[in-house]
Design a protein around this ligand. Structure first.
Ligand code: PLP
Length: 348
């Protein structure tokens, strides 16, 4: 093995920086269940301002922010719909069903891309007393298992129009909405305006150790605050963690485009070496999904060989491996990943 180890399994792997840890240590705190933690309150106000919503609520995880969002729009025996790769439906351990009695249906979405005509076909409106009516549509931006793809704003806007006229809510799983904004230049508020609730994550590429927020109207956030307590997410002197989130917004938001640049650099090198393995047109942000099957590998063998060389990825299915750029991956690691992965995709 030569070169620095590049751990590209996920952007959740970032570790708090020295500056972030100092800010955490110095944070002013209070009991947040009583609404008395000034650092949490400031972060909630700041994120609500950033997203252009009335209010926001700090949560321990993105999954909880998502589950509070869908809970605000649907309850037992009611339905949410989303694409077949959606984190809410696939990667949250059936929480909507288990915690809220919510059922779900899906559609197939290529690379997670929103297609409003498809939503229209799946959506059930005015179903009467014989069928389940749709209460909420879930949209993910960027789309994790779609390969970090950005949803086109005009499609989100037309979904907003469609659902508004049908009386159906939209929940935006914006765990990486920061990345969508950095890649497309679309203001965060414009994305948020397409939804009733928005979940954003501080513990991915932004580098905080913990923390997400659910943003929406004051009424929805107040209700979500009660549900957060019910779900076991009422936290006490949690300003220590909110301080990490504020620090991340101060120092790590503007650098997300660095992650995108590095991801693109590797994607283009790989596409040149083995065009079937990746199409750079679908590499929008910090996630690179390789079709290693097209280069004669199984995902398991490919990731084992890459790991051996010090490049860690995550197999998403039998023939695809995902690599994610983040705060703790520099140019030297990127170069090591580039040469290693080019070597592997041209090995067979
Ligand atoms: C990571 C992620 C979440 C939240 O995950 P947690 O691990 O619960 O914080 C939600 N949605 C998407 C798309 C994600 O990638």
């Amino acid at each position: 093995m030569s070169g620095p180890t590049a751990d590209l399994r996920s952007d959740t792997l970032t570790r708090p920086t020295a500056g972030m840890r100092r800010t955490m240590a110095d944070a002013e705190v209070g009991d947040d269940v009583y609404g008395e933690d000034p650092t949490v309150n400031a972060l909630e106000e700041r994120v609500a301002d950033l997203l252009g919503t009335e209010a926001a609520l700090f949560t321990p995880t993105g999954s909880m922010a998502n589950q509070l969002g869908v809970r605000a729009h649907a309850g037992p025996g009611q339905e949410i719909i989303g694409d077949h790769l959606a984190h809410v439906l696939r990667a949250e351990m059936g929480a909507a069903a288990q915690l809220s009695g919510i059922t779900s249906r899906t559609w197939i979405a290529e690379r997670g891309q929103l297609d409003v005509d498809t939503v229209k076909q799946v959506m059930s409106v005015g179903a009467g007393t014989y069928q389940v009516g749709t209460s909420c549509v879930v949209v993910e931006n960027t789309h994790n298992f779609g390969g970090g793809t950005v949803q086109p704003l005009d499609r989100m806007q037309s979904l907003r129009e469609l659902t508004r006229s049908a009386g159906i809510a939209v929940h935006l799983d914006g765990a990486r909405l920061w990345n969508a904004h950095a890649a497309s230049g679309v203001p965060l508020q414009e994305y948020a305006a397409c939804a009733d609730t928005v979940a954003v994550c501080l513990s991915k590429g932004l580098g905080a150790p913990v923390g997400s927020l659910l943003a929406g109207s004051a009424a929805v956030v107040e209700e979500a605050r009660a549900w957060r307590k019910r779900f076991g997410g009422g936290m006490r002197q949690v300003g220590i963690l909110a301080a990490a989130g504020s620090y991340a917004l101060d120092h790590h938001l503007d650098r997300l485009s660095e992650d995108h640049r590095r991801t693109r650099l590797v994607a283009e090198a790989l596409a040149e070496a083995a065009p079937d393995v990746v199409d750079p047109r679908w590499v929008h942000t910090n996630i690179l999904v390789l079709d290693v099957g097209a280069a004669g590998w199984t995902a398991a063998d490919f990731s084992a060989a890459a790991r051996e060389a010090g490049v860690l990825g995550y197999p998403t299915d039998a023939s695809h491996v995902r690599f994610v750029w983040h705060l703790d991956v520099d140019d030297a690691m990127t170069e090591h990943a580039r040469s290693t992965l080019v070597g592997l995709v041209t090995a067979h």
